[in-house]
Design a protein around this ligand. Structure first.
Ligand code: AMP
Length: 464
């Protein structure tokens, strides 16, 4: 099935072609048709599924063909609400990309950036506004934006928006939008709160679901390592020095933790930056750009800041702190292994965090082994205060049969590994001697933990 079946205009088709897309993703197959037909949509889809195009293409279709028009003039006609500034920017980039050959204007409105420039952009006129709720509300209160012409409303990552406490802002914004509109709600999970919100703001919605992604892409190899909390930083440094990890996204549970990790890595000579909501917009942009360009080998992020980050070529995701929610685990590790590339997901597990590992196992329906990281010994006092987690301590576990093949990403050169690195086009500190395993150091023997079959609903689309 191609994009031609949706009845999109030639100009939009040209934009899709320029983006390099030939086959719609499952969420696009399910959502675009009813959205083009003007239906309200409630879509359960996660980041990486191609959900952005699933709502942007219908928006472009309606606005460019006039079906979403108001009385004309400069009033914005479509509004997309996103939880974070990164996602906001990313969605606006998608609008610009897919709408390259359509003469519609869009602008993004988010906190952390100057008001003046946004006011100017709004004055110039925008057909499509992509915004975070708090900043949009500021503009509403200052009367620098008029939402009375909105005919299409999208709530992107609605679950995150609620988690982040934006519900009241969202309600106020919706109250200022005409009730005669098309509304599309996209969410990674459909909780009771989301259902209540949907019941209040959607009319006879078409529900589309691409299957909650419980199984990570099969290109991602997962490793779990025993890591007393107090030894994690040493283990991280050890792993980064022992392995050829080229482009590494490290997840920390807290903002403070992210800063601490990044500072320590920098002191050790590992180029790194941190990204979280306490950093200014320009700091976040700089960190992300530096990471994309290979200037920083490591980006340390919190879950919320990592939302909306779409960086290709991440070779390793390291869960410094195991996430408390299994959905976050799937999101996090999905940052690697994208677009058919292989990737490694490494999770440090302290004894206290075993409960979260159990949650992940229940969610994905698999059991994982927690191993000692090869060649790493926790400092004695730390090992003493925080007992090691070993597979044998996990009662009732069966020890999986390891395939003793070494994973191609684990510090070797040649073959698949090299190919992928060349594709990512990065140059950088991986060539630095500091990052090659030191002579005499035992290289880690990664064991392949488990392999997954791809979600049937994602057949033919397993890597996004
Ligand atoms: P999203 O879930 O919208 O963040 O999209 C995830 C990634 O998939 C982005 O890098 C998109 O550019 C890409 N993508 C979206 N739709 C398609 C498609 N039909 N074919 C190939 N790539 C796509």
């Amino acid at each position: 099935m191609g994009f031609t079946t949706f009845g999109l205009s030639d100009h939009i088709m040209k934009g899709i072609g320029a983006a390099g897309y030939t086959v719609p993703t499952p969420i696009q197959i399910l959502a675009i048709e009813p959205a083009v037909a003007g239906r309200d949509i409630i879509a359960c889809a996660q980041t990486g599924t191609g959900k952005t195009a699933a709502f942007v293409l219908p928006i472009l279709h309606h606005l460019a063909s006039g079906t979403g028009t108001h009385s004309g003039g400069k009033l914005p006609r479509a509004l997309v609400l996103t939880p974070t500034l990164e996602l906001c920017q990313q969605v606006q980039q998608a609008v610009a990309k897919y709408g390259k050959f359509v003469s519609l204007r869009s602008t993004s409105i988010y906190g952390g950036a100057g008001m003046e420039q946004q006011i100017k952009a709004l004055r110039r006129g925008a057909d499509i506004i992509v915004a975070t709720p708090g900043r949009l509300l500021d503009h509403m209160q200052r009367k620098t934006v008029d939402l009375s012409g909105i005919r299409i409303l999208v709530l992107d990552e609605a679950d995150r928006m609620l988690d982040m406490g934006f519900i009241n802002d969202v309600r106020k914004i919706i109250a200022a939008i005409p009730s005669q509109r098309q509304t599309m709600l996209f969410s990674a999970t459909i909780s009771a709160d989301i259902k209540t919100l949907a019941a209040n703001i959607l009319r006879d919605p078409q529900t589309v679901q691409v299957g909650e992604r419980r199984n990570p892409a099969e290109t991602i190899v997962q490793h779990f390592y025993n890591a007393p909390q107090g030894s994690k930083i040493d283990l991280l440094v050890h792993a980064l020095e022992a392995e050829h990890m080229q482009s590494v996204l490290v997840f920390s549970r807290t903002k403070h933790g992210a800063d601490k990790i990044s500072r320590r890595l920098e002191r050790t000579g590992i180029a790194s930056a941190a990204i979280h909501s306490n950093r200014t917009q320009s700091q976040r942009e700089k960190a992300l750009e530096g990471f994309k360009e290979g200037k920083f080998r490591v980006l340390v992020a919190t879950d919320i800041a990592a939302r909306g980050i779409d960086v290709s070529g991440i070779s390793h995701v390291i869960n410094y702190d195991i996430p408390q929610y299994p959905e976050d685990y799937i999101h996090r590790i999905g940052r690697t292994g994208r677009a058919g590339a292989s990737g490694d997901a490494i999770t440090f597990v302290s004894r206290e965090e075993l409960q979260y590992l159990t949650r992940i196992e229940k969610f994905v329906g698999k059991r994982y082994m927690v191993n000692a990281y090869p060649g790493f010994t926790a400092a004695p006092q730390q090992a003493h205060t925080s007992a090691n987690v070993s597979s044998s301590s996990r009662s009732g576990r069966t020890v999986p049969q390891h395939d003793n093949k070494r994973h191609p990403q684990s510090g070797r050169t040649g073959g698949h590994d090299d190919k992928r690195r060349t594709q990512s086009g990065r140059t950088g500190p991986q060539n630095d001697k500091r990052y090659t395993p030191q002579a005499g150091r035992k290289k880690p023997e990664h064991k392949k933990m488990d392999s997954y079959s791809s979600d049937s609903s994602n057949a033919g689309w397993s890597n996004y």
